[in-house]
Design a protein around this ligand. Sequence first.
Ligand code: 13P
Ligand code: SF4
Length: 359
Amino acid sequence: MTMLEATPDIARKVLKPSVNPRFAPLPMPSLDYTDAVAAETAHLYERVKTVIPAIEWPVMAPYIKAINDLKKVRNAVILAHNYQTPEIYHCVADIVGDSLQLAKEATKTDADVIVQCGVHFMAETSKLLNPDKVVLIPDMRAGCSLAASITGADIRLLRERYPGVPVVTYVNTSADVKAESDMCCTSSNAVEVVESLGADTVMFLPDQYLASWVASQTKVKIISWAGACEVHERFTGAELRAYREADPTIQIIAHPECPPDVIAEADFTGSTAKMADWVKTRRPTKVLMVTECSMASNVAAEVPDVEFIRPCNLCPHMKRITLPRILDSLLYMKDEILVDPMVAAKARRAVERMVNLKS
Ligand code: 13P
Ligand code: SF4
């Protein structure tokens, strides 16, 4: 595998003001925890009672009720990534999943408005697939260290350096980068996407660790880039060995954005959705999920019989999405994702090629 240098962050383009004139702001609803709110949200608390302390519910429940009411008023759907906190994931989201599942579901919705509870590249992907819908993200600052590690100009230079070598980019990239790519992939379909191109060599950008995991699973020669996820790169193989020494019965499952010494310690490696499915079907007595730690809480709420060991690395970008910010999003229709139509047309091709790949 050949590895190239990462470049510094680029500023995100702001194309237009973020409020769409079709949707007027609505008044702030009451956020009192009344008997009626308690009764209306009781079935939702049942879903999260093992992971959210009862003392926190009176603060969350009025937001949850208000958001669920407003979704009907706006004809909105909430797409939430597996790393969202349990009160979002289990109580206001309509569709949950990994990046691939969310991209696929975004093509199926007939809602007028998509509220993306995740990071900017996920919302941008939804917008690419739904150019005529309003796509909102509750906090425009929710970025990603991988998306910030590479620009469209970098890809143009790479194409000069490696003429004829196809470019696969992780969906964790900006629309500018996707527009310069042959095809996108997620952690769940990366190997299939690389092999679908039928080439001997593929540039796989920008995650160096996902690239090295893909290289270990295929005969295709992989050229990578020095990007990394700031959350997964913090885990170490030594830390996992220490957990296993303390309890040899523990099962360790890891996301492929982790460094190779971490993946070498794992009993299973896969996307966030594949990790969740693995736990739900295998039902290990004890599991350590080597990924963003809200995900362990979301799965734990569904499988109370499994004990989760949680070295807690949080993604600061995912954690910008909160109930108050989701409520503001729906009340004031902000922040709207807009993509330059010329860039969008090219980027959409790379995303659609991935979404349409038969698995
Ligand atoms: P998944 O596609 O596995 O959900 O991963 C997305 C991501 O950002 C992981 O850090
Ligand atoms: Fe990006 Fe890593 Fe956060 Fe995922 S966990 S959004 S890859 S910084």
